[in-house]
Design a protein around this ligand. Structure first.
Ligand SMILES: [Zn+2]
Length: 393
């Protein structure tokens, strides 16, 4: 019975190929950076409303987030599909989030076509600002994922990677305070906050040989004085610090803090630091869910599946994966290996390979969502694995 329902959903998606690929193109042609995705949120919620979804917007405290619920034929489990739609400043849709939006909404249309045979609920979450201040963190903090059995999405990439892990991230801003003085005549009375930042960077660079594998520290100076004839009183640096898990991340943060303290102490400056963007948790892929997605991809004719991969970056889906069993598979965009955040990737996200990927992803996601709703055995394997992973922490 499941196979017949899935085949009906896939047929509905293939029949609506034009509409699905138009979503990808329209969002591509109206790139909006995180938090300002009004065009995309309007477009997606209109299509979902027209197809029987009950849309809530505004939703959570984010103006460009939304939720859209499809009720099946009977009470039952709740499965979530997560859509991203933000662009990169200056590069447009070079991360292919237009394809995520089209693939997820395409899946939602396929599921709407079989809702008379589905128990439970499908909920599409519009999740803004993945590239900056991840909207999924707010989703989690505001309790939007309560009662959800599984959270599904996909991301375009350079290969088909179904089991993805990512690094934990802290975004920290360090503020150094010295004492202003005229340069050069009053230099001895001043405390040069810019020099403190430069020492801070040197100390951090000196840490590198001691850092564990997969600990990454990247910094920039965002304020370093106003004019050369005033000794800078204030200087500010921002860092992304990443590690494989929370414990290693906290250790790395502590060492960077020590560097800031050492640099300040040496000349009597003061410093403080704070988080300036959300902190991301490492992505934990639910292997049982990824297995269902794999079977569906194979049935759709995809053969070249890559081994599990830890991406050397961070995802706001990581925070979702701590509270709900989740997958964040990468699906290859075209046959050439194109790397996200490049112009080539953007071209492919607007090209025929992008359209093919959106339709493929829509079918694989719709089928996996149907599996979650219809297969109690799968749900209990997913839950058992999730509980076991949570108790290891
Ligand atoms: Zn992305």
């Amino acid at each position: 019975m499941i196979d017949r329902i899935k085949e009906r959903a896939a047929r509905a998606i293939r029949e609506r190929r034009e509409e699905i690929t138009r979503i990808a193109d329209e969002i591509f042609d109206h790139p909006e950076v995180g938090g300002r995705e009004f065009f995309a949120a309007n477009l997606l919620t209109r299509i979902l409303t027209d197809n029987g979804y009950e849309v809530a917007r505004p939703w959570t405290s984010l103006p460009t987030a939304f939720s859209a619920v499809l009720r099946g034929s009977a009470p039952g489990p709740r499965v979530a599909l997560l859509a991203e739609y933000d662009a990169l400043p200056g590069l447009g849709h070079a991360c292919g989030h237009n394809l995520i939006a089209a693939g997820v909404v395409g899946a939602a249309l396929g599921l709407a076509a079989v809702k008379d045979e589905l128990p439970g609920e499908v909920v599409v979450f519009g999740t803004p600002a993945e590239e900056s201040n991840g909207g999924k963190v707010t989703l989690v903090e505001e309790g939007a994922l309560e009662g959800v059995q599984a959270a599904l999405m996909f991301h375009p990439g350079d290969a088909n990677v179904l089991e993805v892990s990512s690094l934990a991230l802290e975004a920290l801003e360090f503020v150094f305070k010295g004492r202003a003085a005229h340069a050069p005549s009053g230099a001895q009375e001043g405390i040069n906050a810019l020099e403190v930042v430069i020492q801070f960077f040197n100390l951090v660079n000196g840490l590198r040989p001691y850092l564990k594998n997969n600990v990454h520290i990247n910094g920039i100076i965002v304020e370093g004085g106003i004019t050369p004839n005033i000794i800078p009183e204030r200087a500010v640096a921002r860092f992304y610090i990443r590690a494989e898990n929370r414990r290693q991340l906290e250790e790395a943060v502590k060492r960077v803090e020590d560097c800031a303290r050492g640099a300040s102490l040496a000349v009597g400056a003061a410093f403080s630091y704070h988080r300036y963007e959300f902190s991301y948790e490492p992505m934990v892929t639910n292997r049982a869910l990824a297995g269902a997605f794999r079977e569906n991809l194979l049935a759709l004719g995809v053969r070249d599946l890559a081994p599990p991969r830890c991406i050397r970056g961070s995802l706001d889906m990581g925070n979702v994966s701590r509270v709900v069993p989740s997958i964040h598979p990468y699906l290859a965009l075209g046959r050439e290996k194109v790397i996200p955040h490049t112009e080539e990737f953007a071209r492919a996200a607007r090209g025929p390979e992008g359209k093919e990927l959106a339709v493929l992803a829509a079918q694989a996601l719709a089928w996996t969502a149907a599996d979650v709703l219809l297969d109690a055995g799968l749900r209990s394997r997913v839950q058992a694995e999730f509980r076991a992973a949570a108790s290891e922490d």
